[in-house]
Ligand binder design. Sequence first.
Ligand code: FE2
Length: 254
Amino acid sequence: MSWSPLSVVAVTSDLVITSLFPLALGQAHLSIDPLDTAVLMQAILGLRDQARSNPDPDCAWTGDLQGIWQFHRHPDARGLVSLVVAQAWAYLSGLGFSTSAVALHLQRCWPVVSEPGQLVGRHHHPNAHLSAVLYLNGDGSGRSGCLRLFPHQFCNELVPGLAVGHDGPIDPLHSLNRAWVDLAPVAGLLVLFPASTDHAVLVNDSDDLRFSISFDFVLTAPAGVGDQGAPPEYLAPHPSRWQALDPPAAGAEA
Ligand SMILES: [Fe+2]
């Protein structure tokens, strides 16, 4: 099988360094009518109601922790969700998935509102396989709070901890030992990345509210797989094949 390296750096006339295992970040700029965006923002503010944080005042309001985790079913969001789902399929195709051999499920969808001074701490989404974020506003400057993505592993730091420890000696901006990558929100920008990727939202240093919508997707085998043959070993069968089990009767716990 042939392969193409992500990048090749010639260090000397004799030595070449090749980057082997890239993290796949998807980016797409969606065409969303500014009027629709304004309607969505108003809907989100209505859902946020009196709440302003999670609940630490420094932490942005995230709908998933406030009961707003099925925003994809909101009438004002459906058109936008279909655009996002199309890009999720394109992302899978771009990763080499056979899109006819997997089923894609939208598991959760929630708005996030970050007020000036607020942030979202480092975390990942262990409940999902693929995550996406759509920005409803942002001017590309990053002032409203960049999305910070962290590598799964610092495989090139050689000595554990050197890539993030104080006083180097590794160049913190070197592409083969980068501790994180920051992405500035832009209105209409959709980003997609593996749900296992640690990420955070930096502090909102602007004077405006920062609006985004998060999506969590899960992959399973398609519904028809299992009629003949079996799903791939590590891909869960379609949920229609799952059997929900009754909890033990009261007092019968082991
Ligand atoms: Fe997140």
